[in-house]
Design a protein around this ligand. Structure first.
Ligand code: ZN
Ligand code: ZN
Length: 375
């Protein structure tokens, strides 16, 4: 499906390398079998938890790291070395590499003995992934808005699905939207945890798009769009109706650069449980609806349901990207702080402007309504 290495690189830098194909039901079955094997016969989950906690314990690394971070000299040296390493990678292999601009390397002779000892110890780490390779430059970036979370705690649905009696899986799925300033760029908007027994329709119902609302789902339909949705997972098209799947296939067949030739599933979105899918982690699967409105879903994690997980309220919202503040309509440089209604000087009503621009306009005209924008 994806042939160009450039496209693969772009996808990997946005979502990470895709996993092997995973059949969700097989994974749940094999994982629960393994768990049953390591569980004690009396079924005491606490013992299993302790075994896993011991196995995954990083207390030795934590103690050492705390010692380093508590020492300002060592901590500063660690940060400086890391920035140095990233700087070298960027200047040598980054997209915007600038020949001739090499970051200065610190003079090792003047370094205190403690720092030199720490460096020697770090250099002896055998872990292959410890050192940054040239490929890692693709994944080194400053934080994005979509890395932040507006939710202070997880948000279960008021009327959500509950964990059943048998072995249950949990899938973490992110929804990505296209961004207006880059046609081939997407940004994470929302992340939810779903039960494997939930369906693709449940995934679609959490899509934060005004075109997703339809009269048939009981919601309002502000854009007056025809209902209909198609999700393509591993070249299989799942639609909410046969008519819509026909429309999508006709559209794909008529496209100039048709790279996809999906087969159509007989099951509708509501009939397709997540557990019945075979999918890859960290791979974008397109969601089409409302004409040309397109989003992507990315499965970030598949795991067994743990007894510390909530038992109800699925899908549970885990992450919500904070909305970016609108820029001032006048200077297009800083976030707007005032909403101005009915001012002919601005040519648009309402118009969003920043404080300095609004002050520069002088006294407001009579009848103009000015409201501060909540931050
Ligand atoms: Zn949409
Ligand atoms: Zn301004």
């Amino acid at each position: 499906m994806i042939s160009s290495s450039g496209v693969t690189q772009t996808i990997e830098s946005l979502f990470g390398p895709a996993s092997e194909l995973i059949t969700v039901s097989d994974f749940i079955e094999s994982a629960s079998t393994i768990l049953a094997e390591i569980s004690p016969p009396d079924g005491d989950d606490d013992d299993v938890d302790m075994v896993i906690a011991h196995e995954c314990s990083v207390s030795d690394i934590k103690d050492e790291l705390e010692q380093i971070l508590n020492d300002p000299l060592l901590a500063a040296s660690l940060v400086q070395d890391h920035e140095q390493e990233v700087g070298v990678l960027y200047t040598s292999y980054g997209k915007n590499k600038k020949p001739g601009r090499k970051p200065p390397s610190p003079d090792t002779e003047t370094l205190p003995s403690d720092v030199l000892r720490m460096r020697r110890e770090l250099e002896e780490v055998q872990l292959k992934s410890w050192k940054l390779s040239t490929e890692s430059v693709m994944f080194v970036r400053p934080p994005r808005n979509s890395d932040y979370n507006s939710l202070v705690k997880i948000r279960p649905m008021a009327i959500g699905a509950s964990v059943g009696g048998g072995p249950e899986g949990v899938l973490t799925i992110s929804i990505y939207n296209k961004v207006p300033w880059g046609p081939s760029y997407v940004s994470r908007l929302f992340q939810h945890a779903y039960l494997a027994s939930q369906s693709l329709q449940d995934v679609y119902s959490t899509l934060p798009c005004i075109f997703a609302a339809s009269p048939s789902s009981g919601g309002s339909n502000p854009a007056h769009m025809e209902p209909g949705c198609a999700i393509c997972v591993e070249n299989v098209l799942y639609c909410d109706s046969q008519e819509y799947s026909k429309e999508i296939l006709e559209h794909i067949a008529g496209a100039k650069r048709a790279t996809l030739k999906p087969s159509t599933s007989r099951r509708t979105l509501a009939e397709t449980k997540l557990s019945s899918l075979s999918l890859r982690l960290h791979f974008p699967y397109p969601v089409h609806h409302a004409g040309n409105c397109q989003h992507f879903i990315v499965v970030e994690q598949v795991r067994l349901c743990h007894h510390s997980d909530p038992v109800s309220g699925y899908p549970i919202a885990l992450q919500l990207t904070p909305p970016l503040p609108s820029l001032c309509y006048m200077c297009h440089k800083v976030p707007a702080t005032w909403s101005v209604v009915g001012d002919v000087r601005l040519g648009e009503s309402p118009s969003l402007v920043c404080g300095p621009c609004w002050d520069a306009l002088g006294n407001p005209i009579e009848g103009v309504v000015v409201t501060p924008i909540p931050t």
